[in-house]
Design a binder for this molecule. Structure first.
Ligand SMILES: O=P(O)(O)OC[C@@]1(O)O[C@H](CO)[C@@H](O)[C@@H]1O
Length: 318
């Protein structure tokens, strides 16, 4: 097993397809396949997709209560994923995503997740440290439970780095900032779904995105990725900054899990081909584009990704 994903705040995702969704109205779902319930959280999604690409991996994190049990039962169906969860007192959260294919929109309601105790954190760190000797790549992604220490990502990344492990993160907020400053991972994707911000800086013009990407590289990352106005991404390595621009209009209702697809593609590329970060980002981009060609959360196969390897232009912007 080469990869461990860490999701400190997993969720049971409820993805509901509603045509012409409007606030304050009542809707009924007549087609059962339009209301899906599946394990989620950023690291979990990466685990699921790596598994679909034939990569065995371990998923670590907190689960709790009845929802935690349902979640685990579903996840255990996947033979390529070794589950490694700490059970906590409070319920695992449920997140809702309403996907509207008519208005091409996505509405997400994410809960904050269960409170965890200091002892839970100690258990998790212990379990994590014991697992590090089994893997060479660690991805830590998503939000953290409400009372988790804000340096938790920094702590976990620093332990991984001491073990010579390649590290990946997609997140935003205080725990993200602390990780960038204290123990910057090798690959960083900024989660810009809720607000277009890097630390306190609003991201508006391309220069703002370039600033953020370069700043992440200055902190020690080898690859930084920021989604730029949906139809493009800003990519930075030690050799410069690029705009990857998609050749077609993206259906916003298909965006659920797109960042996780990007990260999956990067990890997959590095596992198979080694450390060419720009090429890894291109493969990540193709994986993300494969994902936005359908509404389901996961990409299913390498063939699906291969179709989109030249669906975007790359332009050096710095
Ligand atoms: O609340 P977070 O942890 O930031 O994001 C969690 C989440 O919205 O991200 C995934 C999609 O990327 C979903 O599976 C999950 O519900």
């Amino acid at each position: 097993m080469d990869v461990m994903t860490v999701t400190l705040n997993p969720s049971l995702d409820r993805e509901i397809i509603v045509e012409n969704f409007k606030c304050g109205k009542m809707f009924r779902i007549s087609n059962p396949s339009n209301a899906v319930m599946e394990p989620g959280g950023k690291g979990i999604n990466v685990s699921k997709m790596l598994s679909k690409l034939g990569i065995e991996n371990m998923a670590l994190g907190f689960l709790g209560g009845f929802i935690g049990k349902v979640f685990l039962e579903k996840l255990l169906e996947d033979r390529n994923i070794t589950s490694n969860f700490i059970f906590v007192e409070e319920e695992t959260r449920e997140n809702i995503a309403i996907l509207d294919l008519v208005n091409h929109s996505i509405t997400q309601i994410n809960s904050s997740g269960p409170k965890i105790t200091e002892v839970d954190i100690e258990h998790l760190i212990q379990r994590y440290e014991n697992s590090l000797s089994l893997v060479e790549h660690v991805l830590i992604s998503g939000s953290v439970p409400p009372n988790a220490p804000k340096d938790i990502y920094a702590t976990l990344f620093s332990l991984a780095k001491k073990n010579g492990i390649t590290t990946y993160m997609e997140a935003n907020g205080e725990h993200f900032n602390e990780a960038i400053e204290k123990s910057c991972p090798m690959v960083v994707r900024v989660d810009l779904r809720k607000e277009k911000k890097y630390y306190d800086r609003e991201l508006k013009e391309m220069d703002d995105y370039i600033y953020a990407a370069e700043d992440i590289i200055k902190h020690g990352a080898k690859l930084a990725v920021l989604s730029y106005h949906v139809e493009g991404d800003i990519i930075a390595t030690n050799d410069g900054v690029w705009l990857f621009a998609v050749n077609e209009k993206v259906d916003r209702s298909h965006l659920f899990g797109v960042g996780d697809s990007f990260m999956t593609g990067i990890i997959y590329y590095i596992l198979k081909n080694g450390y060419n970060y720009l090429e890894a980002a291109k493969f990540g981009m193709a994986t993300a584009i494969a994902k936005i060609h359908h509404i389901e959360k996961y990409i299913e196969s390498k063939d699906e990704i291969n179709k989109y390897l030249d669906y975007f232009e790359t332009k050096k912007v710095k």
